[in-house]
Design a protein around this ligand. Structure first.
Ligand code: COA
Length: 415
């Protein structure tokens, strides 16, 4: 079956996580992604967090599926010539070097346009224009600067970063959307364009509800669904809300049977208004259905934490899966806290292709996260990540280089 991005060629100048997640998505949708790396070491993540000596790390393999790898020193004259050929041949260049690195290499936006006016040049940087535009940035810096850390955690603790890589993988997702949008516009204009995503912006976009809350707080001085409403005070900026839901339906994480020894024996419980009577019946508090202190969402707001404590008396008598089964019978929204071990072993995630087992010639079998975006006419096959420079000769031949020229590049340590 054909793939959505068949025929699109991507010059993948990305490294670490943010850029590679973007180009991996494009590859999953069928683009021919050619990853350009320096000979010897390649993408730094090949060697980081290794669990098997001398073998590409899981960090690398899980971010670089379905790509081809070529080695190229783009700071050498002959390497620049190869890069120019690639730029002429490809539709998209994706990079996430430190600010200015591509210019320093001699490939400014203007120069790339001269070489290929149809090329889309997509970049991830830590920050957009402003005081920090020249800074190097990693995941947690973006989470801190984008509003995630300040709004995550508990009121009496320090800011907390999330395990979800919203700075890196979040930026990669944003960038991928920008690229396919620019490809779509190119169909009408014939021109390429620049696509820029700043990690701070991507995180802030994902923290949009917190900027909503900042303005609500400034207008009203309070926010009824925050735990501070019942138990504390508000300052002048959005506080950390613990496990409060962040939406219009109050929720909290509650202990389940076994919590004393299992750090993930918890359930997320939502006291959704339409199912309030069912909640009361399940936990044996039928009186709350009509009690004016509990009967309406507004009456419950100042009592939320004590209500959750009462619900927890019930959840502690059940495992998280038992509680799920019972609550779901009554359409009460809830979710088990699943450990990574449980997720990795979940049969339905394997069946849907969300968790995939991949075979690698050097590391053997490993698990990865498959494409979370499922297209009915463009199914994703996960192909193992390339070894460093595995496709150098193949790609150079496609670009018109003969054996003599390839050997010369090798002799000069360009590839
Ligand atoms: N041939 C020759 N030189 C190459 C090359 C190649 N194939 N590939 C990279 N280089 C050079 C670059 O041109 C750069 O040279 P310069 O410093 O002389 O300009 C150099 O390698 C290092 O690149 P850089 O991006 O600065 O790497 P770093 O390891 O120092 O920094 C980051 C890593 C991630 C902090 C930085 O790239 C960055 O801030 N990127 C943007 C934000 C981002 O994506 N961060 C999240 C990463 S998950």
């Amino acid at each position: 079956m054909s793939k959505a991005l068949d025929g699109v060629r991507v010059l993948d100048f990305t490294h670490v996580q943010s850029g590679p997640t973007c180009t991996q998505l494009l590859a999953w949708f069928g683009a021919d992604v050619i990853k350009v790396e320096r000979a010897g070491e390649g993408d730094a993540t090949r060697g980081q967090l290794r669990d098997i000596p001398g073998v590409d790390s899981l960090y690398f393999t899980m971010l670089n599926h379905n790509k081809r790898s070529i080695t190229l020193d783009t700071k050498k004259t002959m390497g620049k010539q190869v890069l120019e050929t690639l730029i002429r041949d490809c539709d998209v260049l994706v990079e996430n070097f430190a600010p200015g690195a591509l210019d320093r290499m001699g490939f400014s936006w203007e120069r790339i346009q001269e070489l290929n006016p149809r090329m889309i040049v997509a970049s991830v940087k830590g920050f957009g224009p402003g005081p920090y535009q020249n800074c190097k940035v990693y995941e947690n810096v973006a989470q801190c600067a984008g509003g995630a850390a300040a709004t995550t955690g508990f009121d009496d603790g320090p800011p907390v970063v999330s395990g979800a890589q919203i700075g890196d993988s979040g930026s990669g997702l944003h960038l991928a959307l920008g690229i396919v949008t620019a490809l779509y516009q190119r169909n009408a204009t014939g021109r390429g364009q620049k696509v820029d995503t700043a990690m701070q912006d991507a995180v802030l976009n994902l923290c949009r509800v917190k900027l909503r809350d900042q303005q609500r707080l400034e207008r009203t001085g309070t926010m009824e669904e925050y735990p501070q409403f019942a138990e504390g005070t508000f300052g002048d900026s959005v506080p950390r809300a613990g496990n409060a839901s962040g939406g219009g339906q109050p929720g909290w994480i509650l202990k389940c049977k076994g919590w004393e020894t299992d750090p993930n024996a918890y359930i997320y419980f939502i006291a959704q208004a339409p199912v309030w009577p069912a909640i009361c019946r399940v936990i044996g508090r039928e009186g709350w259905i009509t009690d004016p202190d509990y009967a309406t969402p507004r009456a419950r707001l100042p009592r939320l934490m004590s209500i959750f404590a009462t619900v927890e008396e019930w959840t502690r008598e059940h495992t998280k899966f038992e509680a799920m089964d019972i609550l779901n019978k009554f359409d009460i929204p809830c979710g088990p806290i699943l450990s990574m071990k449980e997720i990795a072993e979940e049969p339905s995630l394997r069946a849907s292709g969300t968790i995939v087992e991949v075979d690698h010639p050097e590391r053997g079998k490993y698990l990865t996260v498959g494409n979370p975006i499922k297209l009915s006419d463009s199914p994703t096959d996960i192909i193992r990540s390339p070894l460093l420079g595995e496709h150098t000769d193949e790609v150079l031949r496609e670009l018109g280089y003969n054996d003599l020229q390839i050997n010369a590049l090798r002799d000069e340590r360009v590839i």
